[in-house]
Design a protein around this ligand. Structure first.
Ligand code: MG
Length: 319
């Protein structure tokens, strides 16, 4: 049997001072130093709630709130603290009742020291194994979450990828849709020329900065900005009518122009600009995602006047 680990905290619950002292002495002899005392059921529940002991030694016969009531209250609150019922009652019905109420074990008074030691060790060993299992399960869940997030995020920009965009859009367009849903699709103007001029590393940096500016232009926890593919981005805007979507599109466009990323290869401006398309779906109109995605409107070369700098039109679509 493993030697007791002093890190364990044991709560001793007994209304009788002598019994508490006796158990305390026994436990100290066994090497347990983190001991808590409670002299009735109420105190026991408070101690469990505030200290989270690893083990409870619970007297059954106590005035006001007895051990059965403590076990029932623990069960009701979902507290899975290993508990050994300690009682002078040695009839089968009492033992069965304790076990049914969630006690891990039962010890009759006066208890044998060797039996006390063995049962405490056994309970704590089971708890240690359970804790380890829970720990590994949590680690596994966290790893799965990270994997799942990675599968849904674009590796370059860190924002949702096409796969997550498709999921979010399909969910947003579900049968429970009751409010207007808008979508913005935009791409970076003359991005091929940007890469040709500055190289792909600069191109990657440009994509990252554009993605960040777009995310910052939208509403946290409501909108989803995704990299649709290449230099194309899409934004799902739940509960958003056309005017609000147009305002967000304009804000996004201005934020990206505001980055002032030089773009010598652009035929519309001296800096990086984007072309955007906006559409809004009202719940009364049955629609599927595929034909609904707007295409960003490309600025024509005629618009490349100083006054029109970076002022790519935002096209509205009647969806
Ligand atoms: Mg008692």
């Amino acid at each position: 049997m493993e030697s007791p680990t002093p890190k364990y905290t044991v709560l001793i619950v007994d209304d009788n001072d002598n019994n508490r002292s006796l158990l305390e002495r026994q436990l100290r002899r066994l090497g347990y130093t983190n001991l808590l005392m409670a002299q009735d059921g109420e105190e026991a529940l408070q101690a469990i709630a505030s200290h989270g002991p690893d083990l409870v030694l619970l007297d059954i016969q106590m005035p006001r709130m007895d051990g059965y009531e403590v076990l029932a209250a623990m069960k009701e609150r979902g507290w899975a603290v290993p508990t050994i019922a300690v009682s002078a009652l040695d009839d089968i019905a009492s033992i069965v009742r304790c076990i049914e109420l969630g006690a891990e074990d039962y010890l009759t008074k006066p208890f044998e020291k060797v039996l006390l030691k063995a049962r405490i060790h056994s309970c704590l060993e089971k708890k240690r194994l359970r804790d380890r299992e829970v720990h590994y399960l949590r680690e596994l869940e966290a790893a799965n979450r990270r994997l799942s997030e990675m599968a849904n995020l674009d590796g370059l920009t860190g924002i949702p990828n096409r796969r997550l965009f498709d999921t979010v859009l399909a969910q947003s367009l579900g049968p429970t849709l009751a409010r207007p849903l808008s979508l913005i699709v935009f791409d970076i103007d003359y991005f091929k020329q940007f890469n040709d001029c500055y190289g792909h590393l600069q191109g990657d940096d440009c994509l990252r900065r554009v993605a960040t500016a777009a995310v910052q232009s939208t509403r946290l926890h409501q909108d989803t900005v995704a990299r649709y593919g290449g230099e194309e981005f899409a934004v799902v805007l739940p509960d958003t009518d056309r005017e609000a979507a147009m305002a967000i599109a304009e804000r996004t466009r201005e934020a990206i122009v505001g980055l002032a990323i030089p773009h010598a290869g652009s035929q519309v401006a001296a800096c990086v600009t984007v072309s955007l398309g906006v559409t809004t779906h009202w719940p009364t109109v049955p629609l599927t995602p595929a034909p609904w995605c707007p295409k960003p409107t490309k600025p024509s070369i005629k618009q490349s006047t100083p006054a029109a700098i970076a002022r790519s039109p935002i096209r509205r679509y009647d969806g």
